[in-house]
Design a protein around this ligand. Structure first.
Ligand code: FES
Ligand code: FES
Length: 157
């Protein structure tokens, strides 16, 4: 089936099988391998991307479901300079192996788009669908709070 969508501000069209998953479209057809696959069952959040600005799990979304949508992947953030959430994750040591990091960042961006001044509880709730096996969550929560503060002070997203 033919689909047309925007990925990271660039229009694309594809001829895909109806069963094609969004994560496979991104990784295999577009070579956007920053969207990771950790479980394939909608549990780990490593595959999180934004669909029209709202976070979704690309491993359980069909490519056909994002026809005519705008998808943002980790590669689409901060194309001129790093996004404030990316900067904060680096400054707050909010990652170790980095496997969960793209999904953590995309979910955090979604949160901060909706709530520019989240509490720790808001952040933990927003990230409950993202699992990290090595860093733990203290520094991740600190990074999201730091990014929120920077963005409220005018840091460009
Ligand atoms: S790979 Fe999608 S939630 Fe784990
Ligand atoms: S930094 Fe390794 S899984 Fe999160």
């Amino acid at each position: 089936m033919k689909i047309a969508l925007t990925i990271n501000h660039t229009p694309h069209s594809f001829d895909v099988e109806p069963r094609t998953l969004l994560v496979d479209l991104l990784r295999d057809h577009c070579h956007l391998t920053g969207t990771h696959v950790g479980c394939d069952t909608s549990q780990c959040g490593c595959c999180t991307v934004l669909k029209d600005g709202v976070s979704i799990k690309a491993c359980t979304t069909l490519a056909a479901q994002v026809d005519a949508c705008h998808i943002t992947t980790i590669e689409g953030l901060g194309q001129d300079a790093l996004h404030p959430v990316q900067v904060a994750f680096a400054q707050c040591h909010a990652l170790q192996c980095g496997f969960c990091t793209p999904g953590m960042i995309m979910s955090s961006v979604d949160l901060l788009n909706k709530n520019p001044n989240p509490t720790d509880e808001d952040i933990m709730l927003a990230l409950e669908g993202n699992l990290c096996r090595c860093t733990g969550y203290v520094n991740i929560v600190a990074a999201v709070k730091a990014a929120a503060s920077q963005m409220r002070m005018g840091a460009k997203a």
